[in-house]
Design a protein. Sequence first.
Length: 313
Amino acid sequence: MKKMNGLGNHISEFEKQMPQGWVWDDTRAFLAVARHGTLSGAATELNLGIATLSRRIERLEKALKLPLFVRLQSGYQLTEEGSRLIAKAEALEIAAADFSSEVSVHEPLNGRVRLATAENLANGLILPALPEFCRQFPGITLELLTNSATVNLHRRDADLALRMVKPDSGHVTMRRLGSLGYGLYCSAEYVAQRVTYSDSGNYDNDRFIAWGDMETQLPAAQWIARVLQGRAPVLTTTTLANQVVAAKAGLGLAVLPHFVTLNTGLICLDANIGIEQSIYLVVQSDLNHSRRIRAVADFLIDLVDRNQALLSG
């Protein structure tokens, strides 16, 4: 009971500071509008009508005797007073989530969890191990989102993410789990007809399978651009799966994560080209205490740890 007593004291301290007429649901509404910047986005998150949500914001402002938002044509913008209350409101949110998880600790885990990740991690790492997770947690439905370039945890498109890019905004917690290593790969047929030089790093006569214009921020795309020095690639694609198939067909060289090339028959020309990406687990901070979110997070942490040698190459 020690943890529960501590939580009770934490909530009591906030209750003493809150004015008469304060309602917890109004604080949830305040946080949602602050994060989305619009009533419509917040209403979708909370599954409320816009009119109901607006009334809750007005009720909270009346209880606090403070203006929390400036109503603009483009949306809702926090006032100075509203900005100062964000940290306290988030502390209440975490405490409420902690209380809820403790109350339901003996209940079976049920519900949906939205996980955003890259397609290569989904297909090569997560999905093969998922039957084990489903046997342990049959009540959890995992919604896998692999269009992670457009998934934003700050907008709550997903509950948690396994990704190779650090988040630069949003109320999230982050943990580095491991690294993803890359090498230069091609088919045996391409190797047989390839012109080689005494300098192993000379690729002047090589054809390259590259990324499209929308993926120029990727480390693999930048490495190929430096090597090509203005030369055109033989092919550009928007997916890693396309690049693997193109390399197997003998079209040219591709920069690929080591683990996706297993059982493909591809040959590694250079296993250490200086590209290594960190793998991060990112979770909505207010969901850290959700038991079903923690179940998925713990599954991912263990999965990356067990496969680190394979992932790093």
